[in-house]
Structure formats: C-alpha cells, structure tokens
Design a protein around this ligand. Sequence first.
Ligand code: NAD
Length: 333
Amino acid sequence: MKSSVCVTGGAGYVGSQTVWALRDRGVPVVVYDNLSTGHREHLPPDVPVVVGDVRDEAALQNCFAKHKVRAVVHCAAVALVGESMRAPSMYWSINVGGTAALTGAAMACGVKAIVFSSSAAVYGEALQIPINERHPKEPINPYGRSKHVAEQVLEDARAAGGPAWIAFRYFNAAGGDSKGRTGEDHEPETHLIPNILKVAQSMKQGGVVSPVKLFGGDYPTEDGTCERDYIHTEDLAEAHIRGVEYLLAGGQSGAFNLGTGQGRSLLAMVRAARTVTGVDIPYQITARRPGDPAQLVADADLAWQELGWRAKNSSLRHILDTAWRWMQRGDGA
Ligand SMILES: NC(=O)c1ccc[n+]([C@@H]2O[C@H](COP(=O)([O-])OP(=O)(O)OC[C@H]3O[C@@H](n4cnc5c(N)ncnc54)[C@H](O)[C@@H]3O)[C@@H](O)[C@H]2O)c1
C-alpha cells in the first residue's frame, strides 16, 4: 500500500476542496473528521473517512498506522469568531488540544509533515496593510488566540524531533469547486458571500427577503465599507499540496500568508454578486460591528518565494460564479 495524506477536517469547506485536489492528482487520501460541521456527501465516494475526534490521540494513531500516513493537512477546528467569544474553552480544547493530540500521534507514528490551517486572525488589528508574516501577533478573540497557540504547539513538537510543519494563515476563504463537487455549507452561515447569494436565491424563488447587512459605511476605505482579501479554496488546496511536497522534500518549517494581496470592499462584493446572479440584491449599511478592522489584506510574497505559490483562481468573477453554481445545485442550475 502506498503512503497517504490524512486530511483532518477533510469533510469541511476548505478540507473537502483539498481532498478533491489531492485525489485529482492521484495522491492516496484519508479523511479524519467528526462530521460536526463537515459533510461526507461533499467528498469523493471512494475516499476513506475515519469518523473521530481530533483530540483522540489513540484513534489518530490507529488511522495513521492503518493508512500509512506520511503527511497531514490539519483543517479540523471550530472556526467561528463570535462563538469563540461565547464558548472559549471549546476553542482551546479543539483547536489547541486537538493540535497537541495530533502532534503526539504524528510523532508516535513517524508522520513527516503537518500542514496546518491557521488564520489571519492571529494578527489581530492590522498595524500596516498589506500584512506580512512578521506583523505582530496580537489576536483579539479566543479563535485567533487558539490558532496562534496551535502554531506554537507545532513548533515545539518539531523542536522535539516531530514533523516538519507549515502554518498557512488564510485570509477569507471563498468560492466553490469549479466542477461543482464541493463548496461552502455552514449552519449557521457567517460568511459574507454565501449570505449575499442566499438573498439572491430567495429572490429568484420569489421568497420574502431581508437586505444583506453591511456593517459600517464610514471606514477609511474607497467606498466606506470594510475591505477583505478573498482567496479561492482551489488556490488554498493548491497551496496545501505544495506545502506537503515542500516539507517532504526537506523544506523549512514556518508560517505563510495565503491571500491575493488585493482588498475587496463589501459593496464591491454585492455589486459583483448582482452581476453574476442577475438579481438586484438589496443591502443595508448598518453600524460598525465591534472588532471589525477596516482592511485585512495579505502580503503573500513569502509563499511565492518559498513555495512558488500565488493565487491564480481568485478573481471576483470566478469566486462568485463558482459559489453561485454551488448554491444552486439541486435547483437544476
Ligand atoms: N473559512 C475561512 O474563511 C477560514 C479562514 C481562515 C482559517 N480557516 C481555518 O480553516 C480550517 C477549515 O475551515 P472551514 O471553513 O473549512 O471550516 P469547516 O467548519 O467547514 O470545517 C471544519 C471541519 O473540521 C471538522 N471538525 C470540527 N471539530 C472537530 C473535532 N473536534 N474533531 C474532528 N473533526 C472536527 C468539522 O466536522 C469540519 O468538517 C479551520 O481550521 C479554520 O479555522 C478558515
């Protein structure tokens, strides 16, 4: 049996796209997921899924040994900022404790590499734009803090002879699979794009809709709404594959930003979504939401220099086209 790559949280939004990309290249994959927010039906039917908790070190060891796992892409996490403020201990338990259990199992089983889904949330308030990896790490919520500490868990394990690691700090993951095989499917959905598209879909179906809420219209940006850096999940998946290859070839452990380097305003997203859907999506600008910085934009040059990776599939058009197609699956679209 060939060695395989294990994707924890592989049934989730980013994880499932990575699983499809690995499988498209013929790399043997196993998914390890407790299916709390993930969906087995978004995965290739022939990929084995081990249902388990990422904090269960013994179950992880069984999975790694049974599937001859050489590298892990570690996406399993709880990932809602608001929820992390209401239930911080769950965030420490799953995001930090889960990463600790994972490194323990990886060390016991001789896993060589871990590529970790970190987040731009480790930086906190942006002191300069674009944000590079040397920017101070002062996360402003338990979610961001849990990701920051999880990076240090990987670093400590490496110092003790554990796997080489990469922490990919994603900015805003967006879009759906170009072939319509997977996409965003969260309940509740807190991300802007699916929420804009849901309004369009309801309008198409003749439903009563509330306008999309855009928090804050008085930011020091071009149109007054916040700017974010949206990166397509296909670009994220490609980065993960390169990250695994880089580490297995002896590349140095470290953190890399993943983004496009371009900020898109909330209003620009609504306008682009109107064009893609053909629906005059209504919006309402409300008061600012506490903790929302004006701009979050990545400097992703390091990933280009070290991994030869840069965003290729993250045009607004492609992001919205693929997300819209995914949302309309089952509607005969
Ligand atoms: N979506 C984004 O914009 C974004 C941005 C930055 C970072 N991230 C990070 O990327 C990763 C994936 O995010 P996503 O948007 O795909 O989230 P998601 O919720 O769609 O996927 C998370 C997956 O982890 C699984 N999971 C959760 N708790 C688990 C546990 N205790 N044991 C085993 N499996 C568990 C879920 O079932 C799910 O399949 C997360 O680590 C997240 O923090 C996401």
